[in-house]
Design a protein around this ligand. Structure first.
Ligand code: NDP
Length: 322
């Protein structure tokens, strides 16, 4: 059997694949994304595909792969880059990497929240550029978590791990929204299930940790931001397309909300002349939620084992239910 790997991955994952003796491997051995033409050519006739979140695995790729393709393994928990209906129709199995990246992503979400609400990048810049002239009572003030209300959009694995980490900061109340109430997830935080509009109106901090689906695409839009408090802080570590970025820009420029922290944007990378990058009250990171050495290594091994199990027609360690 033959498998195609679309990117350079941690060596532990590649070793797991090559040492298994299950398939021969062809790889796009680069940190940079594979050009579309190389992807279409590389996948042809392969039985397995190991991809990353920036590869759009759509009908064209599946057609190029042909009928040999039986397993797709993505090095991510998000699956919005996969044409799931088309994949299901063809009887292809999908492996993904939930759980093992939850802690790292939640940790980064909290780091981004604190960096944003306490204006850390702006403060660091002031130290460097001479803006720090003396201690000033009214200078570089931000917003703290103690006594606050935190609204979580999507109380899934990462949403719960974020709540768990924020609770000791003295958060007074957690709100959450989703497709249905999840009392079993909410009980630890006494989190209240509310409609999206109420979450926007009552939260001091909004943290987006939902998956990107047709239902969540663009939900953080003009109407949503217009309901938020002027003192509120918006954090997104899910996917860029959950947010209407033009509406977010207007909300930040007009003072409708206090600040935003984004680990994910549309597109990625965000062009360096993008208007959001000109704002002091917007902190943007380059999609590093799961980027610890240990997490990326574990993700690569899990993705390799998912692929191998799929090729051997065995049960996968983490299979997506289609
Ligand atoms: P889970 O499946 O555990 O959680 C997803 C959550 O999204 C669920 O709670 C689900 O709630 C919620 N959701 C679905 N539809 C809606 C909706 N219409 N409104 C509000 N919430 C909704 O996934 P994880 O927590 O493991 O991961 C979540 C996402 O985080 C991933 O899909 C990925 O996009 C992103 N991610 C980003 C990373 C980064 O580097 N920044 C790293 C890892 C993940 P319900 O069940 O009620 O529908």
């Amino acid at each position: 059997m033959q498998a195609f790997v679309t990117r350079r991955i941690p060596r532990e994952g590649l070793a797991a694949l090559s040492q298994a003796g299950v398939c021969s491997i062809q790889q796009w051995d680069s940190d940079e994304p594979i050009p579309r033409s190389e992807l279409l050519a590389g996948v042809a006739g392969k039985h397995g595909l190991l991809c990353v979140l920036s590869d759009q695995i759509d009908k064209e790729v599946l057609d190029a792969a042909g009928s040999n393709l039986k397993t797709i393994s993505t090095l991510s928990v998000g699956v919005d880059h996969l044409a799931l209906e088309e994949i299901k129709k063809r009887g292809i199995r999908v492996g993904y990497t939930p759980d093992i990246l939850t802690d790292a992503t939640a940790e980064l979400s909290v780091a981004l929240l604190l960096a944003t609400c306490r204006r850390l990048p702006e403060s660091v810049e002031e130290v460097k550029n001479g803006g720090w002239t003396t201690w000033k009572p009214l200078w570089m003030c931000g917003y703290g978590l103690s006594g606050s209300t935190v609204g979580i959009i999507g109380l899934g694995r990462i949403g719960q791990a974020v709540a768990c980490r924020l609770k000791p900061f003295g958060v007074k109340k957690f709100l959450y929204t989703g497709s249905r109430p999840k009392p079993e997830n909410a009980v630890e935080f006494q989190a209240e299930f509310v409609p999206l509009a109420k979450l926007a109106e009552e939260s001091d901090f909004v943290v987006v940790t939902c998956s990107l689906t047709p239902d969540t695409k663009g939900v953080c839009n003009k109407d949503f931001f217009s309901r938020m408090k002027k003192t509120s802080v918006f954090i997104n570590t899910s996917r860029g397309a959950v947010v209407n970025q033009e509406d977010l820009y207007q909300a930040l420029v007009s003072g409708q909300i206090a600040a935003a922290g984004l680990d994910v944007t549309t597109p990625e990378p965000l062009p360096t002349d993008h208007p959001l990058l000109s704002l002091k009250n917007c902190v943007i990171l380059p999609h590093i939620g799961s980027a610890t050495y240990a997490t990326r290594s574990a993700m690569s091994v899990l993705a390799a084992n998912n692929l191998l199990a799929g090729l051997k027609e065995e049960s996968m360690p983490s299979e997506l239910q289609l």
